[in-house]
Design a protein around this ligand. Structure first.
Ligand SMILES: O=C(O)C(=O)C[C@]1(C(=O)O)C=C[C@@H](O)C=C1
Length: 133
C-alpha cells in the first residue's frame, strides 16, 4: 500500500512501527537511546541477514576487543624485544642484518589475511629490527 507520509501500522508487539511511502518495506523504528537501530530483538530485515546486537551486547563485545588489543600489544612488544635480541647477537658474531628465509616464513604465516596480512608481517619485522634498520 502506498501512503503519503508515515503511517502507524497495527502494533504487532509493544512496539509501534511506521510504514513509509518509499517502497513499502516496514522500517525499524529509531531507538530512543541513541543512533543505533533498535528492533527489539526481532529480525525485521526483509533479507533476513541482519544480526541485531543490543547495547549491552555491544558493550560486552567492546570489552573483549579492548582485552584482545591489550594482548596483541603485549605480544607485539614481546616479539619485538626477542627479535632485537636475536638480531644483536647475530650481528655481534659477524652475521647478517637480516635472515631472508625467516622473513619469508613470517610473510607466509600471515598470508591468510591477504594484503593486509602482508602489511602487518612487514610492520612486525620492522618493529623487531629496531635501530638495525
Ligand atoms: O629469526 C631471526 O633470525 C630473527 O632475527 C627474527 C626476525 C623476525 O622478527 O622474525 C627478524 C629479522 C630477520 O630478518 C628475520 C626474522
Amino acid at each position: 500500500m502506498r501512503t503519503k507520509g508515515p503511517q502507524i501500522t497495527e502494533p504487532m508487539s509493544a512496539r509501534v512501527e511506521f510504514k513509509f511511502s518509499t517502497g513499502g518495506n516496514t522500517r525499524r523504528s529509531r531507538s530512543l537511546r541513541g543512533t543505533e537501530w533498535d528492533n527489539h530483538g526481532m529480525n525485521t530485515d526483509p533479507a533476513g541477514t541482519d544480526d541485531p546486537l543490543s547495547e549491552a551486547q555491544i558493550q560486552e563485545l567492546r570489552l573483549e576487543i579492548d582485552r584482545l588489543d591489550a594482548e596483541i600489544l603485549d605480544a607485539i612488544v614481546r616479539r619485538s624485544e626477542i627479535s632485537k635480541r636475536i638480531g644483536r647477537t647475530r650481528m655481534q658474531s659477524g652475521g647478517t642484518k637480516l635472515v631472508h628465509t625467516r622473513e619469508l616464513k613470517v610473510y607466509e604465516r600471515f598470508s591468510s589475511l591477504g594484503q593486509e596480512g602482508q602489511t602487518l608481517a612487514g610492520m612486525l619485522l620492522r618493529l623487531g629490527r629496531g635501530r638495525l634498520g
